[in-house]
Ligand binder design. Sequence first.
Ligand code: SR1
Ligand code: MG
Length: 433
Amino acid sequence: MVKTQAGSRFVGGADYAALNEHSVRDFLSPLPVAASLIGGEPSVWTVREVGDGNLNLVFIVKGTKGGVVVKQALPYVRMVGESWPLPLDRAYFEHEALKIQTLAAPNLVPKIFHFDTMQAAIVMELLEPHLILRKGLIKGLRYPKLAEDMAAFCAQTLFRTSDLGSPASEKRERQARFSHNITLSKITEDLVFTDPYRVSDMNRWTTPQLDKVAAAIRDDAPLKLAAQELKWMFLTRGEALLHGDLHTGSIMATIGDTRVIDPEFAVYGPMGFDLGAFMANLLLAYFAQAGHASKEDDRVAYRGWILDTLEAFWLGFETRFLALWQQGGAGDAFLPALFADDVGGVAMDAYRAMVMTQMFHDAVGFTGAKMTRRILGLAHVEDLESIVDPDQRAACEKRALRMARTLMVGRKAIPSIHALREMAEALVMEHIA
Ligand code: SR1
Ligand code: MG
C-alpha cells in the first residue's frame, strides 16, 4: 500500500474521503451486503450518522431487508478536531483484532461483512435493539448475562492470544503486527498514565470543586510511582492481545446478548489492563449512581447489582481462564510433558493460583488508573458528566478518586474481589452516615 498523506502503509490512500450520509450509499451499493442485508434501492435507504465516541464516524444504514453499520476512521481525533491528526491505520488494527476475537469469542463480537482499506472503513452487523452498556448503566438497566459474557470474552481472547494459547511463532508474528499500533498506544500512554499526574492542556475536571484534589495528585509521589509502574507494565509486558479500550462504551448489550466493539486500540500488553478497564468503568458507574437517584428510584439496589456484576465478572474470569489453562492450549509456555511427574497436577495448580493472584493485583492497579484518567484527564465518562449539579458530580468523583488511589498504591494488599467490593461500599456509606 502506497503511503499517502491521509493514509499509512496499512490503509488509506489518495482516494480516501470522509463519508457522509450521501456518499455512504455509493460506498455500500456495489457490495454484496447491499442486496443481501440492506435491500431496496440506495436512494430509499435511511442513513444516520450516530458516532458518539471520541474518534470515528459511524453510520447506520437501513433498507427494506435490514441494515448494517459502517464505521470509518477519520484522519484526526473527532472529539478535538483537525488540529490533532490521527493515522487511519487504526481501522486496520480494529479489523485485525476483530478477526482474532471472532475466532476466540465468536458470539461476543459483531459480525464483520467487509473491510475497505482505501476508505479505512469496516462494514459490520447492525446490533439492534442493543444499547451502549454505559447508557444502560446510567438508566439503571440490569444485564443478567453481562458478568458471565464479559468473563468469557476476556478469558477466551486473552488466553488464546497469549503464550499459553498460541505457539510462540504465531504469537510473535501477531505481537509484531500490533506493535505498529503506535499512535493509539501513545494516546493510552499519555492520557491514562501520564497526563492526569502533571499539568497538561489535555486535562480537565469539575472546577473549582476538584482543583485541590487535582493539585494534590500532581504532588503525590507514591501515586505517581504507582502510575509509572503501571505504565511500564503496559509498555513492556506483552502477555496477550488486548482489546485496549474495554470500557462500557465499547460494549453493546441487551438483557440476553453482549457484544464487544471498537478494538482499535488493540496491542499486546498485560492482561490486567483489559480486566481493569472493564472493572474501572463498572466502578465509575457505581460511584455515579448517587447522581442518578430520583424519588422513584434511589438506586441503592441498583448500585448493589453493579457490584454483584463486578464480583461475578472477576470470579467468572478466573474460573474460565484457569479452566482453559488446565485443559491445555497450543502455547509453548508450560509444556505439559515437562510436568509428567507432577502427581495430580499439584505443583502446576499452585503455580496457576499464584499467577491468578498476580493478575488480580495487576487488574486492580489498572482499575485505579483507568478511573483517575476519566475524572482528571481529557476524555471523561457520561456516567459522571451527565450529573448536572457540579457539587453532586464532584462529590461522586472525589469518592471514586479516593478508591482509585488505594487501588493503585495499595493494589497488592487487596486480598480479593470481595474486599474490593467492600471498599467501594464503605466509601459510599461513609458519605451517607
Ligand atoms: C483522544 S482519544 C480519547 C479516548 O477515547 C478512546 O475511547 C480512548 O479511551 C482514548 O483514551
Ligand atoms: Mg472506542
